[in-house]
Design a protein around this ligand. Structure first.
Ligand SMILES: [Zn+2]
Ligand SMILES: [Zn+2]
Ligand SMILES: [Zn+2]
Length: 144
């Protein structure tokens, strides 16, 4: 019985058990509500994590479907991978190139266009990415 526990059940138990680090990463992403890259998370947590731990943790969370990510080229911070908590309905974002913040677009503006494409080309779409780049309302008003 003990052998079975060690050989079989213990690995399963460990696999299911979320480490403190991963839990904390999820909490940060959840609290911020906007896509975050590893360096933003690093700034948010100073002292408690090093960058390598953050990369490893994010990688684990994405492989296990807790978070999703996309690559975005911000004029200020360059090409980075951004992570968000995985939700039932996916979101797209608008990125302001003045204040470099992301704002969520809760409804998918491509929904109808994608089913048209599927119908026309017989191509089954698994995934799609769309991030709008521009100037947010706040920045547009303050530059006037
Ligand atoms: Zn802005
Ligand atoms: Zn930017
Ligand atoms: Zn979409």
């Amino acid at each position: 019985m003990i052998r079975i526990f060690i050989d079989y059940l213990l690995p399963i138990f460990y696999f299911k058990c979320m480490t403190k680090n991963r839990e904390k990463l999820l909490m940060i992403l959840n609290a911020n509500k906007v896509p975050m890259n590893a360096s933003l998370i690093y700034e948010d947590t100073k002292d408690s994590f090093d960058l390598a731990t953050i990369y490893r943790g994010l990688n684990y969370l994405e492989t296990n479907n807790y978070v999703s990510s996309f690559v975005f080229d911000c004029k200020e911070s360059g090409v980075q991978r951004y992570f968000t908590i995985k939700e039932e309905s996916h979101k797209h974002y608008m990125h302001c190139e003045k204040c470099h913040t992301f704002t969520a677009i809760p409804l998918c503006p491509l929904k109808n266009a994608l089913s048209d494409i599927e119908e026309e080309y017989g191509f089954i779409v698994d995934e799609h990415y769309l991030t709008l780049r521009g100037i947010c309302r706040h920045c547009a008003e303050t530059t006037l």
